[in-house]
Design a protein around this ligand. Structure first.
Ligand code: FES
Ligand SMILES: [Fe+2]
Length: 337
C-alpha cells in the first residue's frame, strides 16, 4: 500500500461546516466538504477544468461547486459542467468517514483497516491536532523515545538526575514496535502529585506500541510506588497519529483518555478535564517547539550517535518504509514525502 491508502485523521469534525476546507496529506492537496444533507466528501483540490482549487468553491446542495466557472462535483467526484452538460468531468475522490470527532480519509477502495481508537471504561479527555515543522520520521522519533521527557516535559516523564535508572524494553513484531519503560518519575506540582496519587520517588511507567497503517502510537501512562505495590489514582491512554503533510511538516493528532480510581461518575475526571486538556496541549506543544530546532531534516539515522533509548528509531523506520510507504524491505536510501 502507498501512504494515502491508509486511514488518516485530517481534521476535527467541527472544522468542516458550510465551507470546504483545504488539507494536504503526503503532498496531496484535498478539498474536504460537507453537503447540505450532511454527507462528507473529499476530492483532489484542483478542478479538472482549469485547476482552480475546489476548496475555494462553495457547497450547493449535495455538490461542491467550483468558484471559477461553476462546474460542480458530488462526493464521488462525478462532475457536471453547466456550459457543456454532455461532457464528463470527473475528479479523484477519496473514502471519507467521521469517527471519534475526527474526519478520516484514504484512497478510494484501498484495503486499509480502520484503527480502533475506543477505550471502554476510560473517559475521553481531549482530541488535539498539532502541526510539527519536521518530516514524518523525525516527528515519529520524538514520540518513540523517552529520554527527552526529562528535559522537554513537565509532567509526563523521568527525573533527569535518575535517568540512568530507567529501564527500557523493546518488543517488535513484524507489524508493530512495543516499547516499555519504567523509572523514577519527574517531580510535578503538589496538586498533580495529590490528584495522580504519585509522589516523589515513585515510578513512572510508559508502555506504547507503534502501528504502521496508519502510523500511530497507543500509549499507556501510569505511576506506582517504587516496589510496585501501590498504584497511582489516574491512568492515561493516548492514541497519537502521525500524518505527513509535506516533506517538512507533520500533523500530530492525539486522542486522549483517562481512567480514575476515585469514586463517583467517571472517577471525578469531568471536574479536571479542562485542566488535563491544557496540560496535554502544553506537553505536546513542548515537542512542537523543540522540533523547530532540528539542525537537519535528513531522515537517515546514519551518522547519529544513538543511545540505549533509541533502538526504536531503526525499528520504526524499517516498518514505516515497508508497511506505511509500501517500499521494498531491502536497504534503500530513505525516501522523504
Ligand atoms: S476551473 Fe473549475 S470550473 Fe473552471
Ligand atoms: Fe515528547
Amino acid at each position: 500500500m502507498g501512504m494515502l491508502d491508509h486511514w488518516h485523521p485530517v481534521l476535527k469534525s467541527g472544522e468542516v461546516r458550510r465551507k470546504p476546507v483545504a488539507v494536504t496529506i503526503a503532498g496531496q492537496p484535498l478539498a474536504v466538504f460537507r453537503t447540505a444533507s450532511g454527507g462528507l466528501g473529499a476530492v483532489a483540490d484542483a478542478c479538472p477544468h482549469r485547476k482552480l482549487k475546489l476548496s475555494a468553491g462553495t457547497v450547493v446542495g449535495d455538490r461542491l461547486r467550483c468558484a471559477y466557472h461553476g462546474w460542480s462535483y458530488d462526493t464521488a467526484g462525478n462532475g457536471e459542467s453547466p456550459g457543456t452538460p454532455k461532457m464528463s468531468a470527473c475528479t479523484t475522490s477519496f473514502d471519507i468517514r467521521e469517527d471519534h470527532g475526527l474526519i478520516w480519509v484514504k484512497t478510494r477502495g484501498s484495503q486499509a483497516t480502520f484503527p480502533d481508537v475506543s477505550m471502554p471504561g476510560y473517559l475521553p479527555i481531549c482530541t488535539l491536532i498539532h502541526t510539527v515543522p519536521a518530516p514524518l520520521e523525525l516527528t515519529v522519533d520524538n514520540f518513540n523515545e523517552i529520554e527527552h521527557s526529562a528535559t522537554v516535559h513537565r509532567t509526563f516523564g523521568y527525573d533527569l538526575a535518575r535517568m540512568h535508572e530507567v529501564t527500557v524494553r523493546y518488543e517488535p513484531t513484524e507489524t508493530t514496535v512495543r516499547v516499555v519503560n519504567a523509572g523514577p518519575s519527574k517531580r510535578f506540582n503538589w496538586l498533580y502529585a495529590w490528584y495522580f496519587g504519585a509522589y516523589p520517588g515513585d515510578l513512572f511507567h510508559d508502555d506504547w506500541t507503534v502501528h504502521f497503517s496508519p502510523i500511530y502510537n497507543v500509549v499507556d501512562h501510569w505511576w506506582t510506588s517504587p516496589d510496585g505495590t501501590r498504584q497511582g489514582m489516574i491512568r492515561w491512554r493516548l492514541y497519537i497519529f502521525f500524518v505527513p503533510v509535506d516533506a517538512a511538516t507533520t500533523k500530530v493528532v492525539s486522542i486522549t483518555y483517562a481512567h480514575s480510581r476515585y469514586p463517583g461518575p467517571a472517577g471525578a475526571l469531568r471536574l479536571v478535564r479542562r485542566q488535563f486538556r491544557k496540560e496535554l496541549d502544553a506537553e505536546l506543544t513542548a515537542d512542537v517547539v523543540l522540533l523547530r530546532h532540528l539542525s537537519s531534516h535528513d531522515t537517515s539515522i546514519e551518522g547519529m550517535k544513538l543511545s540505549r533509548f533509541d533502538k526504536s528509531l531503526g525499528l520504526t523506520r524499517e516498518r514505516i518504509r515497508t508497511i506505511y510507504r509500501g517500499e521494498s524491505a531491502l536497504p534503500l536510501p530513505l525516501a522523504t514525502v
